[in-house]
Design a protein around this ligand. Structure first.
Ligand SMILES: [Cu+2]
Length: 107
């Protein structure tokens, strides 16, 4: 999985438009239990979660359970990491191998 936008190390302004891509799996809404499907989670200043761990839902751990592949974020100025974590229909992490972390500088 990867970030289509922004690129790693980019300097960005609020709102930060973030676009996700999922390779080798299909995006499906939360609740879908079909193998090979999942949905995106965006962890702000977080880390990839171990495989099987349930991904929390809070201000810094966002679920895209309708199958969305983009969002707009408002972040405090400074450096932040954005981690994309794929999870299954029950919000369980697919592990670090299905995650991607980038750093952005917010103006
Ligand atoms: Cu989820």
């Amino acid at each position: 999985m990867s970030f289509v936008q922004p690129t790693d190390g980019a300097t960005v302004s609020n709102p930060v438009h973030v676009v996700f891509a999922l390779d080798g799996m299909k995006v499906a809404p939360a609740g879908t239990t079909t193998d090979g499907t999942g949905h995106h989670h965006l962890l702000v200043d977080g880390k990839p979660l171990a495989k099987g761990e349930v991904i929390p839902a809070n201000d810094k751990s966002l679920h895209f359970g309708k199958g969305q592949t983009e969002t707009d974020l408002t972040l405090p100025p400074g450096d932040h990491t954005l981690t994309l974590q794929c999870g299954d229909g029950a919000h369980r992490s697919y592990g670090p191998e299905l995650s991607k972390t980038i750093t952005v500088h917010v103006k």
